[in-house]
Ligand binder design. Sequence first.
Ligand code: HEM
Length: 496
Amino acid sequence: MSWHHELNQTYGGACLIKGIMGDEHLYVSDPKALHQICVKDQDIFEETSMFVQGNSVIFGDGLLSTIGDVHKRQRKILNPVFSTGHMRDVTPILYDVVGKLVGLMKSQTKTGPAKMDMLDLMMRTALEGIGQGGLGHSYKALEAGDGNSAFRVALRSLIPTIFSLQIERQILPFILAIGTPEFRGKLVDLVPSKRLHRLRDIVNEMYITNLNVFEHKKRALKEGDEKVLQQVGQGRDIVSVLLKGMEEADEEDRLTDAEVLAQLTTLVFTSHDTTSSTLAHFLHLLAVHPKIQDRLRKEIKDAKDAWERDHTKGDRDLGYDELNELPFLENVCRETLRLHAPVTFMSRTARAPSVLPLTTPMTGTDGKLITEVPVRENQNVHIGIAAANRHPAYWGPDAAEWIPDRWANGIPKLAQEAKLPSIYAGTMSFLGGGRACIGYRFATIEIKIIITMLLDNFKFSLSKDEIVWKLANIQMPWVEGQEAQGPSMPLTVEQL
Ligand code: HEM
């Protein structure tokens, strides 16, 4: 992690780094340059070919695998589905999901405080949240037991398996470039690599599960089978809204069945690790800072008590708007997402030459002042999300510290002036521009529902295990000395 911060503190807002093939990449954290990449010249700075091709094989042609006009057409029909109005409808579905989590945790803390892997529980909740709220389907991830369905195992292993590829990385681009998907599948079978075959099996598992979800939903919608539609998601989940919306959309705007199916797996993937990483960080920080935990719990309990008085006894589920009106909860969310953005950087390839202006000019190795940086066609450019989110010039000298009250009067002045490309609180956590996170409202309301329900019912403290955070594409917590067991975050949980 510190590598990202050292880069921009040592070399300024744009610096060259050498790729493994000796090629020169540009690492950027300067606001004007980032704005040019993400917003002004977003058609030039597209996702890298490797990212697009790899995602196309893993998810199909969804938002993460398309560029240019195809991506714009997909966003056009998907954007409204993530509107505030629809997020209000999804809120009760998410409360049902989190109710299951609370039930599970209560059963495990009945006889006293218990050590629990909160990362695992957050992953199970994030999967069930996007399952029910996004796809109108239950992956049964919060059933009693370990919740380890074949789908969940596949999803958890996806990123580690991609990262485990070695020589296969060199072969893959050639395989991906030829023939039909069936032909490419046969070629993969022929390559003698257990890692590649594991990746193939993971992709197949996710594809077949979500194909069944999609076919089931489509049939129910076509036949007007309200019983099926009401079972999970109550017909208000993202995919049901999308399918209904498409019936009214212009012919040329509609997505093909393959494109809709690709969005399903894309949504599950994009929401799972990001949301659970943020929630794990959130809970870890509350355990490290018990006074902030108590202060936040008080705000939540006061609001829930008032809500219960105005509604029926036992109803403590604050609505979408009421959750967003809790000031300290909002500030803790902003600060956690600023300091610990789960996606620390994203990469782009310049599809044409460009020039990046700089907010802060730099001095070159020849002593000359640099006010703009030229970018060559096909040069890879890295968007330093974490670096920009913690830069002292935009967040003050205490930028590296977790201080929720820095948001007490809204977005801090320095950050307002910096104008990073952003859709969330002036930070880059969800990026900005045409490829910014489409699910940020879903993510933030889900985080708030989980945190409010957990703090209403439990107290969190550190266990004896030392937690270290590592960058594994998305930030993940590990127990020091137990790395072989994979990411986890045990905390002591006490029922209130
Ligand atoms: C704290 C949680 C989350 C964070 C920090 C986050 C962050 C991001 C970032 C940085 C990107 C840009 C990736 C790129 O440049 O290719 C992105 C894209 C995306 N996110 Fe999220 N995300 C979160 C949760 C979610 C959730 C819950 C959903 C779905 C409900 C979602 C759906 C997507 C999709 C579909 C894209 C691709 C958008 C496009 O290329 O048009 N994300 N997210």
